[in-house]
Design a protein around this ligand. Structure first.
Ligand code: FES
Length: 177
């Protein structure tokens, strides 16, 4: 069903928080602190559909100075696919909001907003290096969703660039797509 479909190219990003759910996310609302988002697309009749029927579609949207992002150089590439093209000129980047270890939602590290810290088992990710794992048990980096700004709206350029939590391996993900 469209509610459970993965994010799709052309979807827009809308708020996931209860007080603003379904409202398009604006650039002015973004900072280093992640904003929780759902992808929203259309059903076959052209009606808006928030894709929240699949919990792993929960996304987090961040904004940093664009020149702070860097491709990792330390051999962790197997698990990092950093799409610099998918980061807007304004420095907006979108990652899965769900830990790749056991599926907990992951907020910013309270001590360093450039990192994520998963409270379930102390997993850590670096937001400026493709959300690669820098501590704890997560097996791989957070999947990124490439995004662009069109007018006032944040529009997806693609789905997750690697399989999100819940899809056991890349082959399963390819089949699903
Ligand atoms: Fe995040 Fe285990 S679920 S570290």
């Amino acid at each position: 069903t469209p509610e459970k479909a993965p994010p799709i190219k052309g979807d827009i990003l809308v708020h996931a928080s209860a007080d603003k759910e379904g409202q398009p996310i604006r650039v002015s609302e973004l900072s280093e602190q992640g904003v929780s988002a759902w992808p929203m697309g259309k059903d076959k009749d052209g009606n808006n559909v928030i894709r929240k029927g699949e919990p792993n579609n929960q996304l987090s949207v961040f904004r940093f100075d664009r020149d702070r992002f860097k491709v990792p150089e330390d051999g962790d590439h197997a698990h990092v696919v950093l799409e610099l093209d998918g980061i807007t000129a304004e420095g907006i980047v979108v990652y899965s909001g769900i830990c790749t270890h056991a599926g907990c939602p992951v907020p910013n590290d309270p001590n360093d907003a450039t990192k994520l810290f998963c409270g379930c088992h102390s997993g850590q990710y670096d937001l400026l290096q493709g959300c690669k794992v820098i501590g704890g048990p997560p097996p791989r980096s957070m999947p990124q969703v490439p995004v662009e700004l069109k007018g006032e709206q944040l529009v997806l350029k693609d789905t997750f660039v690697t399989a999100p939590f819940g899809f056991l391996n890349e082959a399963d993900w390819e089949t699903y797509l």
